[in-house]
Design a binder for this molecule. Sequence first.
Ligand SMILES: [Zn+2]
Length: 171
Amino acid sequence: MTRACECGAPLGRRNETGRCRSCSSKRLSLRPEVQEARRIGLRKKYATDPAFKAAHAERMRNLVLSDAAKEKMREVGRKQYRELLSRPDMLERRQSETAKAKRVSSWMATTMPWLPADRIADYRTYRAARYSPAEARAMIEDAIRADAAAEIAARQQAMADKHARDLASRY
Ligand SMILES: [Zn+2]
């Protein structure tokens, strides 16, 4: 007869605790000395890790703030955002960013005609991961071929399915 944990999970022959891994770690984490160790660890992280501290502070703020206060803060944020976006210098900046994006994409289209617009992000990812331009191009072209093959296979499967349905409905 196979032994099982209290949660119903089967136990391996060499299991000595009588509990599955998930149940034993749950029980372990309930022990006071383990909880104390975790508190110490968190306190240390809080003192030495600024990102962790900021995230913690943000969580606490959200817990403490009432819904009304949160809504008021959001309204302030929205107002700032609206006013910021309508400022002439910000408008100009947005327009110049759009213009720049357009220049970049038309430049890409002439220098890398093999690269479809929807794969530009992939290309950048490969390059950022230090693949050479040739390697990045080869990977993109492989992906394009694989997608095309998958699409053809899906279409053929759909036709085969339809054919089978037609045959079945004939009898
Ligand atoms: Zn269990």
